[in-house]
Structures are given as C-alpha cells and as structure tokens.
Design a binder for this molecule. Sequence first.
Ligand SMILES: NC(=O)c1ccc[n+]([C@@H]2O[C@H](COP(=O)([O-])OP(=O)(O)OC[C@H]3O[C@@H](n4cnc5c(N)ncnc54)[C@H](OP(=O)(O)O)[C@@H]3O)[C@@H](O)[C@H]2O)c1
Length: 300
Amino acid sequence: MKIERWIEENIPSLANKTYIVTGANSGVGYHIAFNLAKLGAKVYLACRSEKRALEAIKKMKEEDASLDLTYLNYDQSDKESIEHFASYIIEHQIKFDGLVLNAAIYHPKEKKKMTKDGFPQIMMTNYLGVFHLLEVLGPYLTKLDEYKIVAIGSLEARNWKKDALARTLKQEYKSRTYRYNVSKMMLTKLMIYFASNSENYHHYAIVEPGITQTDITKNMPRLIAYLGKYFLKLFFHSPNKASLGALLALVDEDDNKPNYYVPRGLFSFSGFPKKRKLKRKHKLDVDYAYIVSRQALYDE
Ligand SMILES: NC(=O)c1ccc[n+]([C@@H]2O[C@H](COP(=O)([O-])OP(=O)(O)OC[C@H]3O[C@@H](n4cnc5c(N)ncnc54)[C@H](OP(=O)(O)O)[C@@H]3O)[C@@H](O)[C@H]2O)c1
C-alpha cells in the first residue's frame, strides 16, 4: 500500500488542530510535522537550530506554500531552554492537540560530554530533558481539554535493567549505543508512569518508529556513519513511513490501555503501524524509575 493511501484511510483531516513536534527539522520528526501540516494542522517545529528549522520549513513550503508552520527554539539538553519553551507555550496559551516528543541523539561525537546542567549528554537530551519539560508543562496540561503526548521510543526500551539509570548517570557504560538504549528505556517507563497515574491515561502514547533510514548515525566516525546510513536505506523503511505511527497515536480515540504502537513487520523493524500490548518488561519498576529520575534531576 502507498503511504498516501494509508494516510487517507487512517488519518482524518486535521484542520483546526495544533501540534508541536520536537526535533522536527530532520528524519522522522520532519515527516511527522510535514504530514500533520499537509492534513491541515497548524504545526510548531521545536528545534535547537533556527537555521536547520527554517530550512526544513522552506523545503516543506516548496511543496505547499499554504502550510501553517512555525519555528520555536527548543534545546532538550538545556533546562533553561526547556523552561523558556514551556513559558512561551503557557504565555501564548498554545492549546495544542498533541505534542510529539521526537528529539533525540544517538551517538554524539564526544564520548562523555556533560551538558551545561551537569548531566550526561545522551541521557539529558533523550530522557531527562523530556522529563523536565513534562514536569514544567504539567499544570498547564491539566487546563487543556484534550491532548496527546506521544513519545518516540525504540525497540531497545524492552531490555529493562533496574540500575541502568544510576549506572548511566555515573558514566559507567562505555558504549554510547547502550547509553542511548537506557535513555529510551527510561522514556518508555515515563510514559507508562504518566499513563498509569493520570485519570486520562489515553493522553499518553509510545511509538516505536522501527529501524529507519535517517541521519541518526551522522555523528559516528565518517565511514561507519556512511555505511550505517546506506545499510538503513537498503534494509529498512523510510522516515515518511516511520512517521505514520505518531500520526496514528495522535488521532487514535480507542481508550484501551496502553497506547503503544509499532511497525507491523517482522520483529517490528518496519512497516505500517499497528497498536500492540506492552511487554511485561515495559511495566516493571515504573514508579521506581520515576522516583529515581526526579531525584537525579532535582537533587531530591
Ligand atoms: N532512525 C532509526 O532507526 C530510529 C530507530 C528507533 C528510534 N528512533 C527515534 O526516532 C526519533 C527521530 O530520530 P531520527 O532517526 O529521525 O534521527 P535524526 O534525523 O537525527 O533526528 C533527530 C532530531 O532530534 C533533534 N535533536 C537532537 N538533539 C536535540 C536537542 N538537544 N534539542 C532539540 N532537538 C534535538 C535533531 O536536531 P539537529 O538536526 O539539530 O541535530 C533532529 O531534528 C528519535 O527519537 C530516535 O531515537 C530512530
């Protein structure tokens, strides 16, 4: 089936809807934002680089000049930037229908870089930054009638280990890939925590995009990045197809817990999205993960 036809059959018009997509200037986030806008929504692209965000908007508008796209500055590795971003949403009363938490890094150039707030870069960017955003936005969310928070997870989130956050914060794991995996495990736990502790659990969803041809390997050594990109291109699906899970999560009105979407292909590597049950490991230690994250982030 063609992607356009799948969208036609599964996603209604989004005229009068508003969405925010983080990390929307490239890869999966770009296509989530682009598809939402093509369906008639107003879309805010929350990106750390103004230049890259405006280039993305220009490229989308070359296809359709009427798309309603706005750039907002947002650096998920920086508490102050996250707070400015949240204040902007609150002060301007942006009544969004959905927030897609897509921004992440996989393999930063520097092995053990710490952020300006003193956290390991991968963990802050992919997880603690999201945690902080949702904590700061929390009181505002209760004023919105309907909204969906959709986090882009990963296959790796299924391999939960209880001491993983503490060990990652102490930089005990050498592998950047493993630190990335831990950040996605934690992000998944956070969504399950919010879903379980909110009366309106259907506000939260997790989407695994599958293995996708993007520039996610861009900071790896040049040859590995090059091979990585073409390996993804040859064997796995396009970022446009990978964006469909987030579209489905945003519009799905089925309230059956949990809202968890994966590609329908073999091992959930690629394909059109489907809803599925969370694995047992996903549900372990959810409250514990929330408490240790709060302690780490706010020194409690
Ligand atoms: N590709 C895959 O196979 C795969 C598999 C599983 C899950 N995922 C997930 O899918 C999502 C999208 O990844 P992708 O494959 O599309 O890779 P990508 O093209 O590298 O997209 C990542 C996006 O996140 C942004 N970002 C990085 N650090 C940020 C920060 N500190 N603040 C704000 N934005 C930041 C990037 O902006 P810059 O351009 O400024 O760096 C970029 O727009 C990620 O959550 C990733 O973990 C991807």
